[in-house]
Design a binder for this molecule. Sequence first.
Ligand code: 6R9
Length: 653
Amino acid sequence: MSEHKVYKLSPVEVSEAWKDRAFIDNETYLKLYAESIEDPDTFWGREAQRIDWIKPFTRVKNTTFAYPDVSIKWFEDGTLNVSANCVDRHLATRGDQTAIIWEPDDPETPAQYITYRELHENVCRLANVLKANGVKRGDRVTIYLPMIPAAAYAMLACARIGAIHSIVFGGFSPDSLAGRVDDCKSAVIITADEGRRGGRSVPLKANADAAANKSGHVEKILVVRHTGGDVPFDPSRDVWLDEAMAAVDADCRPEEMNAEDPLFILYTSGSTGAPKGVVHCTGGYLVYASMTHQHVFDYHEGDVYWCTADVGWVTGHSYIVYGPLANGAISLMFEGVPNYPDASRFWQVVDKHNVNIFYTAPTAIRALMGAGEEYVKTTSRKSLRLLGSVGEPINPEAWEWYYHVIGEMRCPIVDTWWQTETGGILITPLPGATTLKPGSATRPFFGVQPALVDADGKTIEGEGAGNLVILDAWPSMMRTVYGDHKRFVDTYFSAYKGKYFTGDGCRRDADDFYWITGRVDDVINVSGHRMGTAEVESALVAHPKVSEAAAVGFPHDIKGQGIYCYVTLMSGEHEMDALKKELRDWVRNEIGPIAAPDHIQFAPGLPKTRSGKIMRRILRKIAEDEFGNLGDTSTLADPSVVDHLIENRQNRQ
Ligand code: 6R9
């Protein structure tokens, strides 16, 4: 462990360039943090002025975590429009400045530079197309798009007319898409003919068709012509967006929305059941996304900022689109993958567009680290000033490589901890203010009160480890689970009454710095993507030959965690390798490639308690190769099951 290594990346110590740049030094951080906790109304009332309000709010914070009456409202009587904030208000000063740099999958295809003025026209036209197709304020619109500028147009067009978008990651299967469409009863899907990733095409329109046929709700599919591929088209239901956008007005009045009106729904995996529709609202979300984007990345006017996430995940929402565009930033959107055409691609793109701020996931860093330094050394990267990490704990080795090899000891690393539910970054260093420790997300952002509790809910003071909870509300937190407020309250506020439970384990060191250790619930984090074990299991048991299944995570060098499944077959079925492949493909088809199990082990029996509960703790240990340390097995109904599982465990990696 390199915990003892501490990087004092204050502006003075790192570089001259830093000295005059950072917005916030340590003293300012401590002062503002104290104010944000002691007097949130004053702090957030002032910070909220960073965005434009149509009708100013008179009340700032009105929140309670009291179980079961959890209620979160911020700026509740204010009105605004998110798209006006992200687009229109920049027109006077930055109309001709680039808003979005689009870098395509294929490096031979020219990049696109979309100015704020062009963004405005595209958003307005798409908004008018939505209206012409019957979308009204409050309606849900599903977006199933690749990483192309139209994804940002679609999000902002929904925000403009007060429709609620629900983005479904392009890697999800038709079934997963249909499930999400049905849950929020969305009558419109916006998709593209095809996506392009790593030189391969993704059949988005065909998937959307399959989902629409399965779902009872889809009335219209709006299709972006992207690759020009030959795709099925049903004129009674489908609309080519380029034609429709050319035919409507280039201006569209933004709807006046209440601060607490929903802005979007984003489905995410939890420990149980189907993915939850996390609901984020208008005012608090935008204030917080904008503020964190400015301060965590120390974003200054004219900086080129690149977040490599997909807009299908929350990181893409808050830190490719809403935060950066609210700040009038230049946001780079990349269609491709880190290793196509080869492992130099990220750094070539950095050089091509003179990227100053680069934000990616540990899984990408580890994969590129594995590919070797020669892919890095052929590039300059001189434009880089700051590096960010998100999605899972970054192991100190990957941190060091990122710091030394990519940033050449010039760039601070902001290890940002947050979740779909939190809407924005909650625990993070502030460059220029925070001493960095490789592997630690360090300290809370303004207004965030983390705490550690033990299994009984007792608060752990000072140095120690426990479950990470947040004690009070922050502006961008989720408001509810779409259509199921009780599930919201039960999932996040019932384990430790009066506190928001994150699902993460965490350690706090003697300097009060936080070290996230990973999920403590049944969520697996595969390459930074959340996967519920329950989802994988229910996909497996839907297969006619499977009687029972249990999925657990295991440590994986590149992906952080991999998926290991124990499968009991129906009697009479044979345990064959071909069936393992069939089951892997089955899960891939049911959920999407990110859920495909790394290992499947046939198990005639699963370890269960006498009351019939599967003992996942034991399955996890076996998958982790720690079967010398299985803990108490005395409550097992049939202990011999475990010996069989150990004998037949799969060789990993
Ligand atoms: C933004 C995002 C959330 C879960 C979260 C935690 C893990 C995210 C992290 C991190 C350690 C970091 N996580 N960032 N763990 N250090 N910097 O990733 O949202 O997809 O909802 O995942 O990811 O376990 O609970 P989401």
